[in-house]
Design a protein. Structure first.
Length: 199
């Protein structure tokens, strides 16, 4: 067996066992991430691979299966998934998506429950979940690019404009505009710098 890497050791130290970790990374976490997807993408939370390394692959499969079972119960389909179907789907996710964070999967589950990716028609459908997850991964890439761009823009603004205490970029811009309209040369110079950043 390969030795645990640094992240897996840290996870085991933080949670001791899979049960304690599962209490933190639960479906209620996914609901909270709906309005803050950046927390799912950028937080320092374990990936499937780290979780499996820390607590064992069967524990990861059980965690994924639990999320799928909760989805099955939530949708109240006429024909519930049997244990073998849930277990098979959980194994496929666990094997194929080692790089996915637990928080990302929880965000996907919460979005699925809200109907972002369609619905089941009468029975639990693991193929529909697989297709929905592929849609989520495309959406994830777009969102990560957008959030990274926003973060870099904000950093650049803060570095170049050096916002004074108590100002946002908007309030500073408004004040500079007003001062510039009254002929304040320093404000005009700052506004020109602002326009270069925005270009």
């Amino acid at each position: 067996m390969l030795p645990l890497d640094i992240k897996a050791r840290a996870l085991r130290k933080a949670y001791l066992d899979a049960d304690q970790c599962d209490l933190v990374f639960h479906s209620t976490t996914g609901a909270k991430l709906l309005t803050r997807p950046e927390k799912a993408y950028f937080s320092d939370t374990p990936t499937f691979a780290v979780y499996a390394q820390a607590f064992g692959f069967p524990s990861l499969v059980l965690w994924v299966k639990t999320q799928l079972l909760e989805l099955d119960l939530f949708t109240e389909v006429k024909v519930d998934a049997d244990n073998d179907t849930l277990l098979g789907a959980a194994r496929l996710f666990a094997h194929n998506y080692g790089w996915v964070k637990l928080t990302e999967f929880l965000l996907f589950m919460a979005r699925f429950k809200l109907g972002y990716y369609g619905k089941f028609y009468g029975y639990f459908d693991p193929i529909a979940i697989g297709e929905a997850f592929l849609s989520f991964l495309k959406q994830r890439s777009i969102e990560i690019d957008r959030l990274e761009c926003e973060r870099k823009t904000k950093q650049r603004e803060q570095q170049q404009l050096q916002l004074p205490e108590g100002y946002t970029s908007y309030t500073l811009y408004q004040e500079l505009k007003e001062r510039a309209s009254k002929g304040d040369k320093k404000a005009i110079k700052e506004l020109n710098k602002w326009k270069e950043i925005s270009a």
